[in-house]
Design a binder for this molecule. Sequence first.
Ligand code: PHE
Length: 348
Amino acid sequence: MTITPNIAERVGVNLHLRPSHPLNTIKTLIENHFLKTDPTFELYSTLPPLVSTQSCFDDLLIPPTHSSRSKSDTYYYDNTTCLRTHTSAHQSTLLKESGSKRFLVTGDVYRRDEIDRCHYPVFHQMEGVKMFEAGTGGDVIEEDLKRTLEGVTKEIFGEVEMRWNDDYFPFTSPSFELEIFFNGEWLEVLGCGVIQTKIIENAGLKQPGWAFGLGLERLAMVLFEIPDIRLFWSKDPRFIDQFKSGEIIKFKPFSKYPSSIRDISFWTGSQNFHANDFSEIVRNCISEDIIESVELIDEFVHPKTKEVSNCFRFTYRSMERSLTNEEIDKVHFKVRERAVDELGVVLR
Ligand code: PHE
């Protein structure tokens, strides 16, 4: 069991269902675009995030050894149940059990990740699946996939330059990513591809289809100019009250509170040290979102003993208030102690 209380309390919050929340605005924008073009698309937004590892990984042909399945990447409830790491977890089940042939699934997904302005252990994805008549050619499906997703992207971002790159996912072949040129740089918008025949056969079907997945925070951050992913969770009316249902409104930062830097250096001690486990300790020591990033700034191997030393730089900053040195010192000390107790590192 790797689901900690600070993660468990996010389950059921469903930011994507709050009417004026930016994540809801993007979700609704995309859903309406699909319905306009094809009213037969079914919408799912409340499928529970606790899923079987079978549907999250095995049904999608993700091999048991794949890094995304490791305990340092995924929040496991037990050996056969985890918090979904992507909305693709519902692909097979919906095809098999609900008979849905065209659908969009939106939901919260969970990953044990690093800590910075763009990563948070809970974020939101939207998945799309469209099945075709048996016998439809692969090139027809690929063409439909690309035109459809270019249409959605235009709906969200207007007339932007787009480019397709080849990509890899175990569950689609061929696989692609779509990028747009926005604010002077190429930005990844989504991943997609033609669903592997084996997945479809395992679901008891004989027809081909495509699938795509996109991250809602990533899109909302650029569209609404939201500078830090923690803000999506803010209860501060200075954040929440800026947004209106269905409108893309540029976020006005209410204040930039000062940051405080603290470092922690240690010998990692064991072969199994994993930075994601360290991030998890940090998140569990800190009940409120007062940490902006934890960055590995130095790593070296002792030439004689071969021991590994890491130095992590912590940037403490709240989006909502000024922090005192005392409170930072207190949590920082707690992080040090817990890292020693739980990971067996040796402080330097
Ligand atoms: N599930 C993939 C991810 O989380 C995205 C994806 C969905 C890719 C469907 C292809 C098809 O990155």
